[in-house]
Design a protein around this ligand. Sequence first.
Ligand code: LLP
Length: 469
Amino acid sequence: MVSTQIPKLDCGLQYLPASPDLAPNQILLPLTAAVNAQDGLDIGGCEVTTLVQQYGSPLYILDETTLRAACRHYRDAFIQYYPGPSQVLYASKAWSCLAVCAIAASEGLGFDVVSGGELVTAIRALEELGRPHPGPLIYFHGNNKAKSELELALAQGCTVVVDNWLELTTLADLAAQQGTVAPILLRFTPGIDCHTHEYIRTGHLDNKFGFDPNQLDPVFSFVSQQPQLNCLGLHAHNGSQIFELQPHRDLAATLIEWLGKAAHYGLSLGQLNIGGGLGIRYVASDDPPAIADWVKAVAQAVVAACQSQNLPLPKLLAEPGRSLIGSACVTAYTIGSRKSVPEIRTYLAVDGGMSDNPRPITYQAAYQAVVANRLSAPMAETVTIAGKHCESGDILIKDARLPHTEPGDILVVLGTGAYNYSMSSNYNRLTRPAAIAVREGEANLILERETYEDLLRQDRLPERLLAQP
Ligand code: LLP
């Protein structure tokens, strides 16, 4: 199949051809996207329409090349801009499954996990890759970890990112009972405001995560007296889908100041985890900084703050999610019914919606789409892409510019790698789509499509409900 680079089409939608100047978080289409001889979209050397015929619709299509490139951008930028040791962790909440975790791990990344489920997924992926004691690569987050989750993390040798007093005391007790020492980071709320959706801001003081900074002294004092806790360092996270660099510089400086404070309690903290949060381009008008620029800003801020406080450089950890995987995946849907409300709006419905991508209804998130089998057809209309759920708000894209389409055409929504599968549901008892990874003309299933049997598997029907009332 002869493929060429996607041209910049004169059709309203600005395609961004993969350019060496753009980082993986700045592209709309995955890096390997190309237009084939049938005017169709190829990703990873595979024809999207053929993939849909083979694997069904809707379908998450993960471009392995883009995901690996993003991992390398982070890794290489830390090596280039940070003179001390560093480790990139994949925030697996963005998309936790064995294949994605295996790809991230094979690129040298560790993991940020926030539940027992994410923890076992990361561990299994690492074990499958032949890493028998993967614990030290895993950082366990969460504002209300269950005791059983803490036990699991301890048993695996993961670092627990402690969020609050209850967790601190529970963990100290558990470690004492098990006769071990728990490696921990302490999470603090940095008190930094960022411009992003209210639900995904976490740096400002009024939020549920982490110790309030007014707790620094009592927490440091407590931890310094706990032989069962080995405090390795500090953590904070500003929020998500952030395009500004300054909040991340501020965060780095604040955390270094707190490292200095910890030293007064005899705690020599060698790790600093500055969270994630770098945004991606969902629509052409988004303009996030490149991964390397984000890393450079953070690294320079840490180095400068350490110099001014006369502190040694800590091991610098970052835990990006969205900017690693967001642009690497698209969702292919089949176009179905159409409803035109004269002079108001035309709705074009697809065979998925808020169950496979809850971000538009939850955060009013904007997306862009192309028609995979009519790639260079001229734009003919403005339509609203509706999902198939029994809910008026189930709209994937408002006012999308599309060419003329027919039922059965394949609509490809871009940038669906982060927080789509991981936030998917069975609302209306829809089955979750399959996901495939594509690379160099090969496609492999990474998540089976759910079946009706899968939906019914957890159901129980007590005998007494079958008896006549
Ligand atoms: N570290 C911590 C402690 C976090 O809470 C998060 C995201 C990350 C790292 C990764 O952030 P990222 O690099 O992906 O921005 N469901 C929302 C996003 C929630 C983010 C939760 N925490 C969405 O779909 O936009």
